[in-house]
Ligand binder design. Structure first.
Ligand SMILES: CC(C)(COP(=O)(O)OP(=O)(O)OC[C@H]1O[C@@H](n2cnc3c(N)ncnc32)[C@H](O)[C@@H]1OP(=O)(O)O)[C@@H](O)C(=O)NCCC(=O)NCCS
Length: 254
């Protein structure tokens, strides 16, 4: 190893050799599902049967949510402007943020920090909702524009329960949902980001991987939208809400 070398523990390559986390890619192609492979590359170890099943459900859950989410509009706009599929997918991924898809990261961070403090979920929930109210911020992972109850959350929790994954983070997420309703008078359901955040936290994933789960799941959806846009729509069509009013200064002279 040269003096300028650096270390990576992900994949060992050489002529005719591709070993991901120590496993031969050729053997993986024969024996592993995509979800098992994703688990392996993120975690460094193969999942057991239950972890693989949970991973599968997480990756399926966010594959698409119609044409209205900001990332899909981003992807379609990039195509509409006359760009390539890779630019469009990259554009969609760039739109993923704390309010859309990326809420998994901050939601998992908050839950992991709270659980590590210890204490009853209801007390932790009361504390964080009070903090949020004082700071006039929103709790990531809660609320949905369309769903009063997010069907993906229900199914993810059901699967997590059946696989005995549900632990302190899921319990806390449910306690926060109740506390939010009590404090704000609104039903702010645990959305799919919050559910994924709770489940991956119960599975032992670091919150800093949070956005990754959404990106891995949503990229096939973004590719489908990019392809549909380029093959069925005219360029520069009106996408999104163009019903705006100008509110800047009236015409003036220099
Ligand atoms: C997803 C989201 C944008 C949907 O918002 P919406 O249904 O359009 O609701 P609005 O933005 O109109 O907010 C309505 C009220 O609910 C409150 N609210 C919405 N989500 C909230 C949250 N997560 N925590 C606390 N309050 C919330 C707003 O503050 C607002 O209160 P106000 O009327 O007193 O000002 C919103 O719930 C949110 O920002 N959630 C957090 C980010 C997140 O989890 N994103 C992932 C979505 S899958």
């Amino acid at each position: 190893m040269g003096s300028n070398s650096w270390q990576t523990a992900i994949t060992d390559i050489g002529p005719g050799k591709i070993n991901v986390r120590g496993y031969d890619i050729v053997e993986m192609m024969e024996k592993l599902t995509f979800a098992q492979t994703v688990y392996l590359i993120l975690r460094g170890e193969l999942p057991n049967e239950k972890e693989a099943r949970m991973m599968e459900a997480i990756l399926v859950s966010s594959v698409d949510h119609g044409a209205s989410p900001p990332s899909v509009l981003g992807t379609r706009n990039v195509i509409s402007g006359g760009n390539s599929l890779n630019s469009a997918v990259a554009g969609g991924v760039l739109v993923i943020g704390d309010s859309h898809g990326g809420a998994i990261e901050q939601s998992a961070r908050i839950m992991q920090e709270l659980v590590s403090r210890g204490g009853a979920p209801s007390d932790l929930a009361t504390g964080i909702v009070a903090e949020m109210k004082k700071a006039k911020t929103r709790l990531p992972g809660f609320g949905h524009r369309l769903h009063e109850t997010d069907p993906r959350t229900i199914k993810l929790f059901e699967i997590a329960d059946s696989l005995q994954f549900s632990g302190k983070h899921t319990e806390l997420a449910k306690a926060i949902e109740l506390e939010l309703e009590k404090t704000t008078g609104r039903k702010l359901p645990i959305n799919v980001d919050g559910a994924i955040a709770a489940v991956i936290s119960d599975m032992g994933f670091d919150w800093r991987l949070g956005k990754g789960f959404f990106i891995i799941s949503r990229v096939p959806g973004l590719i489908a939208h990019a392809y549909e846009e380029m093959t069925t729509q005219k360029r520069m069509r009106k996408l999104g809400n163009a019903d705006f009013e100008y509110s800047g200064p009236l015409k003036r002279n220099i």
